[in-house]
Ligand binder design. Structure first.
Ligand code: FAD
Length: 470
């Protein structure tokens, strides 16, 4: 443990924000300690978020493909079945390897790792209650709060992680539910819904808003919803869950139209509550040192990630901005660069968002709706994967690339992709936006054939001129 010798930087929380900040700080020559209560590093993302969900999405996709697509490609099995414990084991192995990997990176970079629950006793001291009792005080000239977020519960619904689960429970079910009801059609609900839908659950997604994933471009969203419906996911939009009754063998949900009206009921074996996440600062002692938070509990920071208390900073899910792992990482690097007297920069308009269903949906920049609201004259260029040779060759051609560009300058304002590998394809667009590229810049960049990336080039051509292949 760190004893009481003073650090240049102390970080509370070892998630993607905190652990990346710690490694970067050490690389910049700062004496660094990272405090984490969970027992493993990597935070929500590695332990119960991004990584286990992608493991299950991949495994369940393989099963689904084996069941529905392999025969079309001339690959036949007498029968295909799910071995759920093995599938979960594969996921757990991936998580364990990665979290241990971060401990290795800490050692390599000489980051001091203190296990336990941290709470402020002054703006430069954190008291840590160790997992086996005992207490250490860790001192730092600068302290970064990277305590992340937690599942948001809904009034009147108690999460027991058994029949009423959060994403954490949904990542560890021991049986495939016959009926799964997902409350909330954000990306986490749709990803976890996809996993269990592919494994055979009847999945109904109940959403209060009139549409799924509200941040998505409207046109892409419609196609996306249709793609999920083809996979037999059901949607009940503009619908409110009034109550959940767990007294019987099956869970009974009482529903009501969002606008009010006649109630209906829905049965489920498992209910997944995925109605968003809230900043986590419980037990941290923010009051004690006077750190300001906003109405929803997020820590207020300036553009240098400094809170109102000198020497105390905050990054990641616990501050405003997209609640995403890569955003937390960018925050962490920039925050530490400021502390080290360098310049840092994070542009939240350039943070890509990905939904890892099949097909995936990825986007960066503004949606057509946002551009319209801003009153900017714009052009739209689109290209469907049905006309992309690689997508056709592999028989996985559901999707589209849509580019929104400023009419006068052709500068790209937003790119929205639905494709099997949209999460990888999007980065060419992120780079283009970051460097202020025009659609013609992408169109005149040579793209290898046959690749899915060619659809982006064609959509760029369609934005300022005409595509070739449609
Ligand atoms: P966290 O990862 O939440 O880490 C905070 C850490 O601080 C935790 O480990 C916690 O134990 C620790 N901590 C809190 N308080 C204290 C304290 N007082 N003392 C000591 N330690 C403390 N994002 C993506 O970008 N891509 C995805 O695909 C993706 N998938 C997701 C899937 C699911 C199911 C979920 C739930 C989330 C997903 N996310 C995804 C979101 C992503 O996990 C978060 O945005 C990211 O983890 C935020 O990082 P963070 O470092 O700010 O906080």
């Amino acid at each position: 443990s760190s004893g009481s010798d003073e650090n240049d930087v102390v970080i509370v929380g070892g998630g993607p924000g905190g652990y990346v900040a710690a490694i970067k700080a050490a690389q910049l020559g700062l004496k660094t300690t990272c405090i984490e209560k969970r027992g493993t590093l990597g935070g929500t993302c590695l332990n119960v978020g991004c990584i286990p969900s992608k493991a299950l999405l991949h495994s369940s996709h393989m099963y689904h493909e084996a069941l529905h697509s392999f025969a079309n490609h001339g690959v036949k099995f007498p029968s295909v079945e799910v071995d759920l414990p093995a599938m979960m084991g594969q996921k757990d192995k991936a998580v364990a390897n990665l979290t241990r990997g971060i401990e290795g990176l800490f050692k390599k970079n000489k980051v001091n790792y203190v296990k336990g629950y941290g709470k402020f006793i002054s703006p430069s001291e954190v008291s840590v209650d160790g997992p086996e009792g005992g207490n250490t005080v860790v001192k730092g000239k600068n302290i970064i709060i990277a305590t992340g977020s937690d599942v948001k519960s809904l009034p009147g619904i108690t999460i027991d992680e058994n029949r009423i689960v959060s994403s954490t429970g949904a990542l560890a079910l021991t049986e495939i539910p016959k009926k799964l009801v997902v409350i909330g059609a954000g990306y986490i609900g749709l990803e976890m819904g996809s996993v269990w839908c592919r494994l055979g659950s009847e999945v109904t997604v109940v959403e209060f808003a009139p549409e799924i994933v509200p941040t998505m471009d409207g046109e892409v969203r419609k196609q996306f919803q249709r793609a999920l419906e083809k996979q037999k996911m059901k949607f009940m939009l503009k619908t409110k869950v009034v109550s959940v009754d767990t007294s019987g063998d099956v869970v009974k949900l009482t529903l009501e139209p969002a606008a009010g009206g006649e109630q209906s009921t829905l049965e489920a074996d498992v209910v997944l509550v995925s109605a968003g996440r809230i900043p986590f600062t419980a037990g941290l002692g923010l009051d004690k040192i006077g750190v300001e938070t906003d109405k929803v509990g997020r820590i207020t920071v300036n553009e240098r990630f400094a809170t109102n208390v000198p020497g105390v900073f905050a990054i990641g899910d616990v501050i405003p901005g997209p609640m995403l792992a890569h955003k937390a990482e960018e925050d962490g690097v920039a925050c530490v660069e400021f502390i080290a007297g360098k310049e840092g920069h994070v542009d939240y308009d350039m943070v890509p968002g990905v939904v890892y269903t099949h097909p995936e949906v990825a986007s960066v920049g503004k949606t057509e709706e946002q551009v319209k609201t801003l009153g900017v004259d714009y052009r739209v260029g689109k290209f469907p994967f049905m006309a992309n040779s690689r997508a056709k060759a592999i028989d996985d051609a559901e999707g589209i690339v849509k580019i929104v560009a400023e009419k006068e300058t052709d500068k790209i304002l937003g790119v929205h992709i639905m494709a099997p590998n949209a999460g990888e394809l999007i980065h060419e667009a992120v780079l283009a936006l970051q460097y202020g590229a025009s659609s013609e810049d992408i169109a005149r960049t040579c793209h290898a054939h046959p690749t899915m990336s060619e659809a982006l080039k064609e959509a760029a051509m369609a934005t300022y001129d005409k595509p070739i292949h449609i």
